[in-house]
Design a protein. Structure first.
Length: 301
């Protein structure tokens, strides 16, 4: 096993990985091909478990985030989308500046949207006001943005990263069955890739001052579980999660059952770059060493 830090250093030295800013990386060469193969496998799993697939925009409205209680839960992560003002004087200062980037702070318009911090919010907003006479499942994928300050590590913890989710809306029993199936998906994928894993109770990093109580409640009720894979040096990394939202989004977005009660929701999420990193830690950087593990992806799960 080669520690994650050594894997990233070797990829950087070979030119297969480069970082344009903290938390923002690019990939090329064999390692990109590997990521694409793993992405296809995750997408296939997700499509088998869903009734439909959505293509979603890369940003969310502030209204959707407020309705989700995101600002009260994770404001520390948010990245907003802005643009240069249309004011000619501001634009002229930027255009004429010797260091244009230094002038940008005073030339930005007020933000009107936030880059998606998670994909599932699109589903709840898109289904708002719906009454469900049966369980509904959908899958979505997008680049997600979470700014975690000085915690960035290439492939392990990015400002921007790729997330594939499967979302379920329905009765409490339907959501429970969905999460059981989701556990089979994520553990089965880890086994087929030859990756030793652990399933662990987890909690989200809620924003203070409500963090302690909310995180404790998640753990006590078993609402969040993560599949973790070793990445060397005694460390492990969460690469997928099973999330039971109970009635939170049902109430927030008027998602109802036929009797008028709020629907339950849940999601299964895959962090694709993290799967890639754990695979490289376990199997090495030479494509020849990947063949046995990847051969299992050609078989029906």
């Amino acid at each position: 096993m080669r520690p994650a830090e050594d894997v990233v250093a070797a990829l950087s030295a070979s030119g297969q990985l480069w970082e344009v800013a903290p938390g923002l990386v690019g990939l090329r060469g064999p390692v990109l091909g590997l990521l694409q193969k793993m992405e296809r496998e995750v997408t296939t799993l997700a499509r088998r478990g869903a009734d439909e697939e959505w293509s979603v925009p890369p940003a969310l409205s502030f209204a959707t985030l407020a309705r989700s209680a995101y600002f009260a839960s994770f404001p520390q992560w948010l990245t907003v989308a802005s643009h240069l003002t249309v004011d000619p004087a501001c634009l002229q200062r930027v255009a004429a500046a010797a260091e244009p980037a230094a002038e940008l702070g005073g030339a930005l318009a007020a933000p009107e949207a936030a880059l998606s911090p998670a994909v599932c919010y699109h589903a709840y907003a898109g289904l708002a006001g719906t009454t469900f006479d049966r369980e509904r499942r959908l899958t979505l994928q997008s680049t997600c943005w979470r700014h975690e300050g000085d915690r960035f590590r290439p492939l392990e913890r990015g400002w921007a990263f790729t997330m594939r989710e499967v979302v379920c809306v329905g009765s409490t029993d339907a959501v429970s069955r969905f999460l059981e199936q989701g556990q089979t998906w994520i553990t089965g994928l880890a086994r087929r890739l030859g990756l030793p894993f652990q399933l662990e109770e987890a909690s989200d990093p809620f924003f203070a001052p409500t963090a302690r109580g909310r995180a404790l409640l998640q753990r006590v009720k078993g609402l969040k579980r993560e599949l973790t894979l070793p990445i060397g040096g005694g460390r492990s990394l969460a690469v997928a999660s099973l999330n039971d939202h109970e009635l939170h989004f049902g109430k927030a977005f008027a998602l109802r059952l036929p009797d008028g009660e709020p629907a339950s929701t849940a999601c299964v999420a895959f962090g694709l770059e993290r799967w890639l990193l754990a695979f490289l830690v376990q199997h090495g950087l030479e494509p020849e060493a990947w063949s046995e593990a990847l051969a299992s992806l050609e078989e029906e799960p």
